[in-house]
Design a protein around this ligand. Structure first.
Ligand SMILES: Cc1cc2nc3c(=O)[nH]c(=O)nc-3n(C[C@H](O)[C@H](O)[C@H](O)COP(=O)(O)OP(=O)(O)OC[C@H]3O[C@@H](n4cnc5c(N)ncnc54)[C@H](O)[C@@H]3O)c2cc1C
Length: 376
């Protein structure tokens, strides 16, 4: 059975729903396929920065987070194990959400604009030259264009023949547990980051309304035993064995964005294209932004002719890649400082620049020389 649409999208996470909302909002027929039905869980810290809230409102309209924002705090702390390296107030609050709730809201808003949602459709193959997605159930969805927003394990990316070796080199493993608040001694109301608990990565403790998310991530090529590192981190946080749920893991692109995120009539957005900032692993903003850019490149091609892929890649190179590069340089500098001179001096450097650094995390400044940043 073949379904025909203007645009077919694999994956209904933030990247897919953002692309669908923009395209359907302009009157195009859009099919949004996901292997799961919604609401569905997605492993994530659920931390939204200022720039994420801006893009959410821009794409989905004001009030998008009403009833979705779960917790907020303008405070933060950064530790090396039990040593406090930096703490302070942020110019904008960090907002915490549950992805189960956020992703459902975004999908509902895309559907309200006319996107057709097909749950339970596992994309098994993409034929980029024909603009087709074939599902494991034998259906074919054909569009004038395809957007691959099917996450870190993207089938669309694999069908475009992306370099698997380069992809694996920049891939991180991430593990998380969700705990009731009373299970975490001294649990606080603001996000805490921990250096030192993972080689080439970090740990986090994020509060929300009814619990605490504890997790860590690090580059897979470090060869670390992540479950063992998480156990050690939970021991350090004095979380009793009796209340520890089984951790869940998920791959996280961590410095491996694709230079050519397109092929044939297909464009890759979000984790599928590796669009995650490589210092903290922030990905929701980049998923929404590349979903929007992909949709706008398609609209431009339909209105004025030409291929959307090169224009899409140019925009990413101009606006996002400088941030990824600078964040990458910063993380390797911090890892080297930690290894070379220890947490004391590394903490001193973080403390010295903590104000502009926090602004860079929110997107009020660029990671490039911590200069003021404007997004397009
Ligand atoms: C442990 C962890 C913590 C994180 N914490 C944060 C954080 O606090 N803040 C932040 O900004 N970012 C965080 N991130 C990153 C963030 O979760 C991702 O960057 C973001 O979810 C990417 O959105 P996406 O739409 O590209 O992909 P996803 O959110 O992964 O959505 C992809 C969708 O595609 C579907 N799909 C996958 N394969 C197929 C298929 N074959 N066929 C059909 N559908 C398919 C999936 O079911 C899913 O719904 C974290 C990541 C991890 C792993």
């Amino acid at each position: 059975m073949t379904h025909e649409y203007d645009v077919v999208i694999a994956g209904a996470g933030p990247a897919g729903s953002a692309a669908a909302a923009v395209l359907a909002g302009r009157g195009l027929s859009v099919a949004l396929l996901d292997r799961r039905d919604f609401p569905r869980n997605k492993l994530c810290g659920g931390l939204l920065t200022w720039k994420t809230r801006q893009i959410l409102e821009r794409v989905f309209g004001p009030g998008v987070l009403d009833g979705v924002a779960d917790h907020a705090s303008d405070r933060y702390e950064i530790f090396h194990w039990d040593r406090l390296l930096a703490a302070g107030r942020s110019p904008e609050p960090f907002v915490l959400v549950k992805r189960r709730v956020l992703d459902l809201r975004l999908l509902e808003l895309a559907r309200a604009r006319g996107a057709a949602f097909f749950p339970g459709r596992t994309v098994a193959e993409c034929r980029p030259e024909r603009g087709e997605l074939a599902t494991a159930g034998g259906e074919v969805f054909r569009g004038r264009y395809v957007i691959g927003a099917d996450g870190a394990g993207s089938v669309v990316r694999k069908c475009l023949g992306a370099d698997r070796e380069a992809w694996r080199k920049g891939l991180a493993g991430a593990l998380e547990v969700f705990l009731p608040r009373e299970a975490v001694p001294g649990a606080v109301d603001h996000p805490r980051l921990y250096a030192g608990c993972v080689d080439k990565g970090y740990g986090w403790v994020f509060p929300n309304s009814d619990g605490v998310v504890v997790g860590l991530c690090g580059l897979l090529r470090s060869g670390s035993d992540f479950p063992q590192l998480l156990r050690k981190f939970l021991d350090f946080l004095q979380i009793s064995d009796a209340v520890r749920p089984r951790p869940h893991g998920h791959p996280l692109p961590y410095g491996n964005h694709l230079k050519t995120p397109y092929g044939g009539r297909a464009l890759l957005a979000g984790d599928a294209g590796g669009f995650v900032e490589p210092l903290l692993g922030e990905g929701i903003f980049y998923a929404l932004t590349t979903g929007r850019y992909a949709a706008e490149a398609v609209l431009e091609a339909l209105d004025h002719g030409g291929e959307p892929g090169p224009a899409y890649a140019r925009r990413i190179r101009r606006v996002l890649v400088p941030e990824f590069r600078a964040a990458d340089t910063l993380r390797w500098t911090l890892f080297a400082l930690l290894r070379g001179v220890g947490p004391g001096l590394m903490g001193g450097a973080v403390r010295l620049f903590s104000g502009p650094l926090v602004q860079a995390v929110h997107g009020l400044r660029s990671y490039r020389f911590l200069l003021p940043k404007t997004w397009d």
